[in-house]
Design a protein around this ligand. Structure first.
Ligand SMILES: *Cc1c(COP(=O)(O)O)cnc(C)c1O
Length: 230
């Protein structure tokens, strides 16, 4: 576990260097630590290194960690697949949901977001061609759905999220991220106020930052190789 602090520092350096190298303002890229499969103690270790935002993919696992860590001032992002029957727990316990991939889910999250809480921050997950993940809305449908989500009262649409196909080719990484970034620009030009572009993981964060990511989601580069429990 003492490695987490060292790895976290290394990731922050990578982000910092990428900001410099690609002409991005300092500190314009947020780091989300993806803590799926890691125990509460690992999150506390990252928190000791200054980490505040955590991403989780599996609802039951996340709820258990939240209970253990309820006194920590963490910001929780849901980044996993969303089933309709899980919307109540997701809308109640998370600050952000980045994996919204259809209007129906957004409507349910809005209906179920408790009134005592601030609006739930939302990213619309898009599926740019060739993505590893099967989920995500097609680029051609994104504008219409984003316009609908932007009207939902208990949600705050913040931007797009993407999980491109892994590739070692830097040029190819950039080309795919550029498509996501261009789509975000199109939505903004249509009058939708967005401030978050969530793309980039452990192996491609530099390319994502080069293309305008404002939030990178980093798991293994912080916590180490994942436990193979799923
Ligand atoms: C697991 C996961 C990540 C982190 O991936 P790493 O390659 O470990 O950095 C980021 N985003 C999503 C949606 C994930 O499921």
């Amino acid at each position: 576990m003492q490695n987490i602090n060292r790895r976290l520092e290394n990731v922050k350096q990578r982000i910092h260097h990428a900001e410099e190298r690609f002409g991005r303002p300092a500190n314009s890229v947020r780091l989300l630590a993806v803590s799926k499969t890691w125990p509460a103690a690992a999150l506390l270790e990252a928190a000791a290194g200054g980490q505040h935002g955590f991403g989780e993919n599996y609802l039951q696992e996340a709820l258990a960690k939240m209970a253990t860590l309820q006194h920590e001032p963490f910001e929780w992002h849901y980044i996993g697949t969303i089933q309709s029957n899980k919307c109540r727990d997701i809308a109640t316990h998370f600050d952000w949901v980045q994996s919204v991939d259809r209007l129906k889910i957004a409507q349910r999250l809005s209906e179920l977001r408790p009134v005592g809480l601030p609006p739930l921050n939302i990213c619309l997950q898009v599926n740019i061609s060739g993505e590893a993940s099967k989920s995500g809305i097609a680029a051609c449908d994104a504008l219409a759905v984003a316009q609908e989500i932007a009207t939902l009262p208990r949600l705050k649409l913040r931007g797009l999220m993407a999980i491109p196909q892994a590739t070692a080719d830097f040029g190819q990484q950039r080309a795919t991220f550029r498509q996501v970034s261009d789509l975000q620009t199109t939505l903004i030009a249509q009058g939708i106020a967005l401030d978050t572009l969530s793309m980039g993981m452990s192996d491609d964060l530099e390319a994502a930052i080069a293309e305008g990511a404002t939030l990178v989601r980093i798991g293994s580069a912080i916590f180490g190789p994942r436990h193979n429990t799923r």
